[in-house]
Design a protein around this ligand. Structure first.
Ligand SMILES: Cc1cc2nc3c(=O)[nH]c(=O)nc-3n(C[C@H](O)[C@H](O)[C@H](O)COP(=O)(O)O)c2cc1C
Length: 156
């Protein structure tokens, strides 16, 4: 499969997981491209412009990757997803990174917002992974997310 890893990362955490996901997917025989969303301004609602909006057309499968922000999806990824045209026929999955380990601190909500945005564009949703950046949780949650995302396929 041709897989696009479309990522927004402010401080590099999400990008570092995406780099590892790229290696895993390439090891499984996929063609993989990382394409970061770029902005001008601050990553706060209404305070930025998208200066690079990755294309989705080249890919059969896409992983959208973003940090959690303010118990929610980062506003840059939200804005980008809402501006996409149809994702019909695309298999998509989600990766989020977050600092706090409790369940109510935004990870599930961020994934759910990505899912809602992509369903509205008629994507086929395959799955998601959440990486908790807190030192004591990072290695385990990263491994779980990478394992899960790397084995997803449209047939599963
Ligand atoms: C403004 C701001 C708000 C944040 N809000 C949350 C939050 O609500 N819950 C959480 O778990 N982490 C929160 N974080 C932590 C980030 O989600 C976490 O550090 C993430 O891994 C950053 O990813 P990045 O380095 O790819 O930008 C917040 C970080 C920032 C800068």
């Amino acid at each position: 499969m041709k897989i696009g890893l479309i990522v927004f990362s402010q401080t590099g955490h999400t990008m570092s997981v995406v780099d590892k996901l790229k290696d895993r997917l390439m090891g499984a025989g996929h063609q993989v491209q990382i394409d970061p969303i770029a902005i001008q301004g601050d990553a706060a609602p209404g305070k930025f412009e998208l200066t690079h909006q990755p294309e989705t057309d080249p890919y059969d499968g896409i992983v959208f990757a973003s940090p959690v922000q303010a118990f929610s999806l980062n506003p840059v990824m939200k804005h980008y997803l809402e501006g996409l045209s149809s994702l019909k026929g695309k298999s998509v999955a989600f990766l989020v990174t977050k600092q706090l380990s409790s369940h109510w601190t935004g990870g599930n909500r961020a994934v759910s917002m990505m899912k809602t945005a992509c369903l509205a564009k008629e994507a086929d949703i395959l799955g998601s992974g959440i990486v908790v950046w807190k030192e004591t949780k990072r290695a385990v949650t990263e491994e779980e997310a990478l394992n899960h995302l790397a084995q997803l396929s449209p047939g599963n």
